[in-house]
Design a protein around this ligand. Structure first.
Ligand code: ATP
Length: 138
């Protein structure tokens, strides 16, 4: 028996521009929720981000320092989200083992690692001076 091919994707047309705009948000939130539910690493990134924000509040980071912290956090979150996109696309295109599939997934995972290293470096630059002042200045 021939495997049945799924029907082609046809987006449902929205009645008006506002409807299309709001539906776009719904899809985007559904994507964010999917990554949080399915990716343990994403939950770890969020937890570390929240701890960093809390530490920033306690140590009195400046607005500019907070801006840098938020930019760095979003870099890590988006890297993890794109990593998930690549994993899903690779699994869709190549469910069997393929050397190119391996390279694609490894590079995507490498991008998350690079962004996480950046976050650690930024964290050190932001927090160490404040901790230093707190601990050693009288
Ligand atoms: N189709 C494939 N062909 C070749 N190698 C693959 C394939 N799928 C996965 N791999 C290899 O296995 C590794 C882990 O892949 P997997 O899809 O399990 O990602 P993961 O990092 O474990 O995902 P998650 O973030 O969901 O934990 C990839 O980095 C890649 O080296």
């Amino acid at each position: 028996m021939q495997p049945s091919t799924p029907p082609p994707y046809r987006p449902t047309p929205e009645k008006n521009a506002w409807g299309a705009f709001l539906v776009g948000f719904r899809y985007a939130f559904s994507g964010i929720s999917h990554v949080i539910r399915t990716q343990r690493n994403m939950r770890v990134h969020i937890a570390i981000g929240l701890i960093a924000v809390l530490a920033g509040l306690l140590l009195g980071l400046s607005p500019l320092e907070f801006a840098l912290l938020f930019v760095t956090m979003i870099c890590v979150f988006t890297a993890e989200m794109f990593n998930t996109v690549f994993e899903l696309c690779v699994d869709l295109a190549s469910p069997q083992y393929h050397p190119l599939a391996k390279v694609a997934k490894d590079v995507a995972a490498g991008a998350v690692l690079v962004s996480a290293i950046l976050a650690v470096l930024v964290g050190v630059c932001l927090f160490v001076p404040h901790l230093w002042t707190l601990l050693f200045s009288r």
